[in-house]
Design a protein around this ligand. Structure first.
Ligand code: ATP
Length: 258
């Protein structure tokens, strides 16, 4: 069984996707420290995702996955370390700038606006382009090709959708910003297995169309869509899983349990 130390995480992640070595890492996080108030949560996170990959950041409750994602998308301050996106150091960027460069996060718990229609929720996702209605309309058309059920429900209040539909809406809203890196936090949480499969199928299609994806999951089943699995434990990425390791349930469980 092949394993990776923190030092060769970058190399392994880049090696997984054909052509990735040439295009390099889209996202590179090194030595990331962060936390809340005086509470340190991240203790030197290292990870890399190559352009075009789907990465799954996997870990138990409280491992620091969401905290890592919040640093990447500029919603939480980085205490130390570096975040580089497409060759630019974005460590100190705020969320607006991150969205502007193509980093979009679909938050845990969906957080759709229940009192707004599906269509309005989607328009909120394209907020930064709101003055260009043609751009928004074009993007809406593009996004709805993935979500025919949302197209049928454009005028329905988001709060009346099922849990699975709300998760689809949250992903669709994220896509409205035309991301280059889409971070999806706990998409499978609370959904029936059959709906989780639909969500993973959508992620596959989005990725196949060129969007790099970072999924944050406690559900090891998410590794079925992964090019690279990043196992997080107590504020660090402790293992990188590639190739056959991603399908080897015992290796994954072993990695998760430390
Ligand atoms: P989960 O799957 O439960 O979301 P996670 O791996 O995403 O887990 P984080 O949400 O990053 O973990 O939380 C890591 C640690 O930071 C936990 O101990 C959590 O209690 C703490 N934490 C998270 N958010 C806050 C906050 N807003 N204020 C204080 N502590 C927080």
């Amino acid at each position: 069984m092949r394993t990776a130390s923190d030092e060769d995480t970058t190399e392994l992640a880049a090696a997984r996707t054909p052509g990735a070595a040439a295009s390099g890492s889209l996202l590179q996080v090194s030595g990331l420290h962060s936390g809340y108030g005086n509470l340190p949560v991240l203790h030197g996170v290292d990870l890399a995702i190559a352009t075009g990959q789907t990465a799954v950041l996997l870990g138990l409750n409280g491992a620091g996955k969401t905290t890592t994602a919040q640093n990447i998308c500029g919603s939480l301050k980085t205490w130390a370390g570096h975040i580089v996106f497409d060759g630019q150091d974005i460590t100190r960027w705020n969320t607006k700038r991150c969205v502007g460069t193509g980093i979009v996060m679909v938050p845990e718990g969906r957080r759709v606006f229940p009192g707004l229609s599906v269509g309005r929720n989607l328009q909120v996702g394209a907020w930064s382009q709101r003055r260009d209605q043609d751009w928004v309309d074009q993007q809406l058309e593009q996004v709805l090709t993935y979500f025919p059920r949302l197209r049928e429900r454009l005028n329905q209040l988001a709060g009346t959708l099922s849990g699975g539909e709300q998760q689809m809406l949250a992903i669709a809203r994220g896509l409205m910003a035309r991301p280059r890196l889409l971070i999806i936090d706990e998409a499978s949480m609370g959904l029936a297995p059959v709906i989780v499969k639909d969500v993973f199928d959508i992620v596959r299609r989005i990725n196949a169309d060129g969007v790099t994806v970072l999924m944050i999951e406690q559900n090891v089943g998410a590794l079925e869509v992964a090019d690279v699995g990043l196992v997080m434990e107590r504020g660090r990425v402790v293992r990188t899983l590639v190739g056959d390791e991603l399908r080897d349930r015992s290796a994954v469980s072993e990695a998760l349990m430390g």
